[in-house]
Design a binder for this molecule. Structure first.
Ligand code: FAD
Length: 388
């Protein structure tokens, strides 16, 4: 009599488990699955899901993907308006062809995840990861229902509140958070191609008013100091200036985990941290989508080489993020520290200079980094402070 033996369990359930199907995680999963790796994406929520995010994004990120991102684009921005206390406007026409988009996050994240699934990745929704442990030569990713998945590598992409990187010595040991409030308002959009940045109303930060389909996406963010974000006082002035009642829209408070230094983003045994979990958000203009998509792409490239046996490939990811993003952010952080302490001077000497709108537009479109402008901007602001 023969006894049927249980089917042998493969060495690992997956090559890579990606924790989080936001912009960073879904981008990583897509690029890995497209290269033929067995990928599982685990997300605590279900897609498509809303996310507090202005959705402003440099169109240059299209270069990171071979498929069209335009189904996620709500508006194409051709003009940027800056104001100080809703007055003293500066208008900048964005150079080039449609360099700045407003994307709808529910669609962008879903589109990237669908592309990953189309290339063979498994998406497990409503599956919160609880723990990541090392078992022999592989990793186990445990979910809150008590199950686990074994894998050769893990990508930590669980966003601003991530808790998985620190125990592994990845990312910032003490993340720095900016406070932000997002308000989505249904309204008639009078200027569908104009993004508005208001600098005078918010202490140590700014407000953004982005057009979207059928309304406006409004945000208030404060980037230095620990004072409470007095967003209601700001919104009480901002919303009526757009013809809206001061209490319109639902307020959603969210942390922005801003770039706070060059950190190790890889563990040699096969763990990488990407997106907000890696503290990549621009500390001056709060741009988090571009670094999320860039880090996802670079992480997948490095993992692909590591899975094929190239030992030093993961260190290359930390290095690449340092040179392609961190070096510019180090200057962005210095600019933020000076600008948001002296915002009126910053507005007069920075934003109101004839060349400034074009420079800011070039930064937003990804054409230039902060390093290209920083020394001149800081010298100007510091010199003016010593004169006053
Ligand atoms: C108010 C506000 C406005 C913003 N506006 C802009 C803007 O206009 N332009 C811009 O570029 N950036 C903006 N940002 C920043 C941008 O939203 C983030 O940088 C971006 O979402 C980072 O993507 P991510 O994939 O790293 O994280 P997320 O998008 O946060 O994705 C993380 C994913 O992980 C999942 N997850 C979390 N914990 C677990 C767990 N334990 N197990 C499984 N899954 C888990 C979550 O469900 C989520 O899907 C804004 C942020 C805020 C707060």
């Amino acid at each position: 009599m023969s006894v049927a033996s249980a089917a042998p369990r493969p060495a690992c359930d997956a090559d890579v488990v990606v924790v989080g199907a936001g912009a960073a995680g879904a981008a990583t999963a897509y690029h890995l699955a497209a290269r033929g790796w067995r990928v599982r994406i685990l997300d605590a929520g279900s897609l498509p899901r809303p996310k507090p995010c202005g959705g402003g994004m440099a169109a240059s990120v299209q270069r990171l993907f071979p498929f069209d991102l335009s189904p996620a684009v709500d508006r194409v921005i051709t003009k940027v308006r800056f104001t100080w206390c809703l007055e003293d406007p500066v208008i900048a026409e964005l150079p080039g062809e449609a360099p700045f988009w407003i994307v709808r996050r529910s669609r962008l994240d879903h589109l990237l995840a669908e592309q990953a699934v189309g290339c063979g990745a498994d998406l497990l929704e409503a599956t919160a990861v609880e723990r990541i442990t090392r078992e022999g030569d592989h990793w186990r990713v445990h979910n809150s229902a008590g199950g686990w998945i074994s894998c050769r590598a893990v990508v930590i992409a669980d966003g601003a509140r991530s808790a998985f990187g620190q125990p592994l010595g990845l990312g910032s040991p003490q993340p720095r958070y900016a406070s932000a409030v997002a308000v989505e308002v249904d309204a008639e959009v009078l200027e569908p191609s104009t993004a508005h940045f208001e600098f005078g109303l918010v202490r140590h930060g700014f407000s953004w008013i982005f057009p979207r389909q059928g309304g406006l996406s409004i945000g208030v963010g404060s980037f230095i100091g620990r004072e409470p974000l007095e967003s209601e006082a700001v919104l009480a002035r901002l919303l009526p200036s757009f013809g809206l009642p001061p209490d319109s829209g639902e307020r959603r408070v969210s942390p922005l985990r801003v770039w706070d230094g060059h950190h190790r983003l890889h563990h040699d045994a096969g763990v990488l941290v990407v997106g907000d979990a890696a503290s990549l958000v621009d500390p001056f203009l709060a741009e988090g989508l571009r670094p999320a998509l860039l880090s996802g792409t670079r992480a997948a490239e490095a993992l692909d080489r590591w899975l094929r046996g190239e030992a030093g490939a993961l260190a290359g990811y930390s290095e690449r993020m340092r040179s392609e993003w961190g070096q510019s952010m180090a200057w962005g952080r210095r600019i933020a520290q000076v600008f948001y302490r002296l915002p009126r001077v910053g507005y007069q000497l920075g934003v109101k200079r004839p060349t400034a709108p074009r420079r800011i537009a070039q930064i937003l479109s990804g054409e230039m980094g902060y390093g290209d402008i920083a020394q001149r901007v800081i010298r100007r602001l510091m010199f003016n402070r010593s004169q006053s």
